[in-house]
Design a protein around this ligand. Structure first.
Ligand code: FER
Length: 177
């Protein structure tokens, strides 16, 4: 794995897989300076995947990067990545309704934005479920910015093994559906 991240430019275009200490497994693609794509592979909302989520992405200091955003579901997320050390820390702030009805959010969210916004009005927000966890980064790939093929299929059994073993992407970091 690469361990020479310094500037924000180094971090943009990076594709990461990590496992939180509570066992939840996530995949993040830092698409460009204000956009992320991701898939969720384990945990409360495993199976959920999202493209083109707007996010705030900054360098805190050399090799340390922070990504923060709020979801159409009302879930808020704050993530700190130390890719040179293969660790990150994330805090997820779930509204009460996602904890009670996680299955509503387990989908390709982009096709169901209206349902997410309706659900966050219909169900309870409070008390929120706060999940702060460290994670170990198991994969770092240099996908380049605005690569539309990194997150272009739903998560399936074995996809992370396919990615980590090098089967998923071709030599130009392209995945054909
Ligand atoms: C992460 C933690 C939470 C992450 C995404 C989320 C891609 C999103 C949670 C949600 O939308 O419910 O590390 O990385």
């Amino acid at each position: 794995m690469t361990n020479n991240f310094e500037t924000l430019e180094d971090f943009l275009g990076t594709h990461l897989i990590y496992t939180y200490d509570n066992g939840w497994e996530y995949e993040m693609y830092v698409k460009n300076e204000n956009t992320i794509d991701y898939r969720i592979h384990g945990g409360m909302v495993a199976g959920r995947w999202v493209r083109d989520q707007e996010a705030n992405i900054v360098k805190l200091t050399e090799g340390v990067f922070k990504i923060t955003w709020t979801e159409p579901t009302g879930t808020d997320v704050a993530l700190d990545f130390l890719p040179n050390k293969q660790i990150m820390h994330g805090t997820i702030f779930f509204p009460k309704w996602v904890e009670e009805h996680p299955e509503i959010t387990v989908t390709y969210q982009n096709d169901h934005i209206d349902l997410m916004e309706a659900s966050r009005e219909k169900y309870d927000t409070y008390p929120k479920l706060v999940v702060p966890e460290f994670a170990k980064i198991s994969y770092v790939g240099n996908a380049g910015q605005n690569n539309e093929t990194v997150v272009n299929v739903a998560p399936y059994e074995g996809i992370l093994e396919d990615i980590r073993s090098g089967k998923f992407f071709d030599e130009n970091y392209q995945h054909s559906k």
